[in-house]
Design a protein around this ligand. Structure first.
Ligand SMILES: Cc1cc2nc3c(=O)[nH]c(=O)nc-3n(C[C@H](O)[C@H](O)[C@H](O)COP(=O)(O)OP(=O)(O)OC[C@H]3O[C@@H](n4cnc5c(N)ncnc54)[C@H](O)[C@@H]3O)c2cc1C
Length: 336
């Protein structure tokens, strides 16, 4: 178990038999030669896929099973496979909000590349959850529709952005979602309409859904706007000057504290922590709420830096910062 208080992902995409009967796969499997398991036309890679290659932070050891899915049928089959074999699993998009452990993940990592894009009518788009969020933001803005201008420089998928209710510049993805198709842990497809969904600051209905396996399709309803294109370009340009784009980060590490009136970045900067380094993990000099893997950060370096910054900000300002990034420890379950 990790030794710090960063919350584990409460992602429910994890299936386990009852705890008493659980025989989790030993992490020693990671040392075995790479194998593939073929099941219903799916090719599971075993034991060698490194999570650091699947995340923007570039941190994380191997996972026991790895599979990339490019359509709904493959995704449902993958979930059934994990279910039938009592394998815990998680689904990831671009891994742009994830911190994996150097020990890796004792289960299956499903990489979502369901990437279709359909225009239903003016301003209404039906999009696969693996579609690139930045591409969607740029496309919709260029077409003269407002609501996703902020997305133009966020390296995420539509599914991950929906799960996190990604937002910036006074916009949030949840504001422009019309419906979401999900697959449940029982492998059933379900459509959730706008009225069934609750979104808050980096929170969504999906984070609390106990039977959620994955978001599969998101339908957006956007309004026309003559200034969308310009606004999108401005948002992206502002990021280029205020964020360490091109470096290995996971965006903002902490949420902005509520009712304090000061952003997390400002508190960290005022605590004198810009440029502070532990091993290969560094508080960015460009944006203090972005922590950079400068090349060889371990998960422990990053966890220690997060804990240190939290403590210093608490000591100095009495503000308890809360993580926005999600930490997946090797044996995380839905009960953690
Ligand atoms: C340079 C940079 C800038 C950023 N700027 C912003 C910003 O302005 N605003 C903001 O909100 N965030 C920002 N982020 C953080 C990050 O991009 C968002 O949190 C994003 O929503 C994560 O999307 P993802 O597809 O990478 O999800 P991942 O990181 O892969 O996953 C995040 C969580 O979503 C779950 N998930 C992913 N896909 C699915 C799915 N299909 N179904 C169910 N669950 C799923 C995962 O299991 C995990 O729990 C930034 C990150 C970077 C690196």
């Amino acid at each position: 178990m990790p030794s710090m208080s960063i919350p584990f992902s409460n992602n429910p995409n994890v299936l386990l038999p009852p705890r008493t009967t659980t025989t989790t796969t030993s992490l020693s499997v990671f040392n075995e030669k790479q194998q593939t398991d073929n099941w219903n036309g799916l090719k599971f890679i075993r034991g060698k896929k490194l999570l650091k290659d699947l995340t923007t932070w570039g941190i994380g050891g191997p996972c026991n099973y790895f599979l990339q899915v490019s359509d709904q049928t493959q995704l449902i089959s993958a979930i059934r496979y994990c279910h039938e074999h009592s394998i815990r699993y998680i689904i990831i998009g671009k891994g742009s909000n994830c911190l994996f452990d150097d020990l890796g993940f004792d289960g299956c990592v499903i990489l979502n590349r369901i990437e279709f894009f359909e225009r239903k009518e003016a301003g209404m788009y039906r999009v696969g959850s693996g579609f690139r969020f930045n591409r969607l933001g740029i496309h919709c803005s260029n077409q003269g529709f407002t609501g996703l201008e902020f997305a133009g420089a966020i390296p995420a998928t539509v599914g991950g952005a929906t799960y996190m209710n990604a937002g910036a510049n006074a916009q949030e993805i949840g504001d422009v979602i019309d419906s979401v198709d999900v697959v449940t842990v029982q492998g059933k497809l379900q459509r959730l309409q706008k009225n069934d969904l609750n979104f808050g600051y980096r929170s969504s209905t999906f984070q609390d859904m106990k039977d959620l396996a994955a978001i599969v399709v998101v339908t957006f309803q956007l309004q026309e706007s003559g200034s969308a294109r310009t606004k999108q370009k401005e948002c992206s340009e502002r990021r280029r000057t205020t964020q360490p784009l091109g470096e290995r980060t996971a965006g903002s590490v902490f949420r902005n504290p509520l009712n304090v009136g000061v952003a997390a970045a400002e508190l960290i900067e005022k605590a004198g922590l810009k440029g502070f380094r532990i091993g290969g993990a560094v508080v960015s000099n460009v944006h203090a709420n972005f922590f950079v893997n400068v090349g060889n950060s371990t998960s422990r370096d990053m966890l220690d830096l997060i804990a240190l910054v939290k403590n210093k900000v608490d000591q100095k300002f009495g503000v308890q910062l809360k993580e926005e990034v999600l930490y997946f420890h090797p044996h995380c379950t839905d009960l953690d």
